[in-house]
Design a binder for this molecule. Sequence first.
Ligand code: FEO
Length: 162
Amino acid sequence: MLNKKVEKILNEQVEKEGYSSTLYLAMASWAETKGMAGVAGWLYAQSDEEREHMLKIVRYINERGGKAVVPAFKKPEQDFGEVKKMFEEVLKHEQFITASINSIVAVCIDEKDYTTHNWIQWFVTEQIEEEANATQILDKLKLMGNGNLYVFDRDIKSLRDE
Ligand code: FEO
């Protein structure tokens, strides 16, 4: 059986990953209505990835004899103001997710659940990439200054293929 404290914190992470998916979906939709197809595409794909993260945890909890809880997600904002501000929010959100993954690692160690500790390492590594991706986009936006958003929107398409 999955340790109860580990099960609880994993279920909290199910909610956080699911909310991430919802948040990025709202951002994607906003960007799309602003004519930024490239930014929208990046965010739609990111939203799908977050759903995958959520599913990974749901399946792990159940596989280990726990019970995954599918939660309600709070409604995200619908207007993100401007692109740079929005990506700053993406980075802040990913830093929050990294901190919560680290809390899971800490609970696994406290509870001596070395199986989950080993399994959660995938997320530890994933968070390095998630923060790096958001930082890379913000760096590009800083370089651009008040430059052409059209070019940025076109170039962001290639970032997922690099
Ligand atoms: Fe699933 Fe972007 O953290």
